[in-house]
Design a protein around this ligand. Sequence first.
Ligand code: FAD
Ligand code: 2HG
Ligand code: ZN
Length: 456
Amino acid sequence: MGLSDDLAAVVGERHVLTSQDVIDGYVTDWTRRYRGTAACVVVPGSAAEVAEVVRACARRAAPIVPQGGNTGMVGGSVPWQGGPASPDFADAAAVVLSTHRLRGLEPVDVVAGQVTAGAGVTIAELNAHVRPAGFSYGVDLASRDSATVGGTIATNAGGVHSVRYGYTRAQLLGTEAVLADGRIISHLAGLTADNAGYDLAGLLAGSEGTLGVITAARLRLWSAETALVAVLAGVDTIAAAAGLYAEIRGRTSRVQAAEYFEAAGVELVCRVAGLPLPLDREYPAYLLVEAAGADAADQLAELGKLADAAVAMDPAGRARLWAYRERHTEAISAEGIPHKLDVAVPMSKLGPFRAALATATRPYREIVFGHIGAGNVHVNVLGPDPDDERVDEAVLRLAAAHGGTVSAEHGIGRAKARWLHLSRSAEEIAAMRAVKSALDPAGLLNPGVLFCGAAG
Ligand code: FAD
Ligand code: 2HG
Ligand code: ZN
């Protein structure tokens, strides 16, 4: 009897995947930069089964890599691949724990404006479920068809609406999760007035699978907007984009997206996706803003007359403008395996940071875009070997030198564990390690993610 037999006894044989072809799809990440190996993939169907799976893995000291939609960008959803970031467990075969079968969706609580969703529910499924009741979920992202409730909590995903509704942590009213010893902690009542002790759901948000396996969550919902307007404006610089966004924000209170991209990205998206240029002429950079409310439509439409901008109010027109932003990630991957650096700097530093970036990424090809409303810049670099981390380090150090962070929204994962210290003090890292070793003393959950080596 081996580990997969133990697991089959818990979830049933057909939910333990052992064929190498099938495993391959679970051990390669979305970017194709991170690839590992696993003994098997286990797909439990309930929190109780997750608990039994975790206990079975713990008995055999088999590390567990929780996985949702496998759309993460920092290698955290797949086992390690060797190299400097390998954890102490590097010789042990990992088990990928997929949440695909945790798909329960309770009826919308229309009075509270809340819903309870299983960890494996995708963001698109969640939105489709709550929309008929007049609600929308606060986090939306281009990976919505695959990214899951559990994965977005574990990464504390930001997304395109974070300027209005906040990150995933702000949507959380409670979670159900399985800890490393198999105990289930469940807090799904949805009380908004609840100060009884530590915020464990908040702690799991952004924990990247290192503290527990999230199995369900109680989520805050927002009234769905019916009147939306999108404006795509051409600008000369990132600083001009930030200034225009500030002007728009001053005119309307319900801005729900403020996105930035540049000529290089637009050229690539147009070529890969077969789209025409968005405006009459090319611009060095672009700002895409979406706002809600009939008054916002008037104000932004007026602004559209001032600058060179395209304005859309109908769903098809807005989707057309959004495509230039949302199709960046897939278009970049069509060109090669990118180095993805997801940083943020203070809004006042965006201009100097962008200017210095060109030097840090030379001689490679850089494609820069992001959620400018949050100062979040996604730096994608094409050209360096996937294992060559020099450009990664240069960009992360540059962000830190501009008062920024090495991770604005994708997390640390395996990709940035070596540079956590650029954004967190030794004291903060020690406190994080203390939390980790209290909840997972054997280090079974996602080893090699967040922390690297003994000193962090
Ligand atoms: P996975 O990739 O499967 O896992 C991500 C991490 O969470 C891993 O560390 C994993 O171990 C852990 N994890 C997963 N499920 C659980 C669970 N149930 N319990 C505990 N740990 C778990 N991200 C943004 O923040 N904003 C964006 O706008 C955005 N846009 C994207 C657009 C595209 C086209 C793509 C491909 C990705 C984008 N992402 C974005 C990145 C990605 O979609 C998010 O990080 C997302 O939150 C990952 O969800 P997932 O279900 O795919 O998680
Ligand atoms: C986005 O905002 C995602 O589109 C992905 O966070 C960013 O591909 C990237 O670098
Ligand atoms: Zn993003």
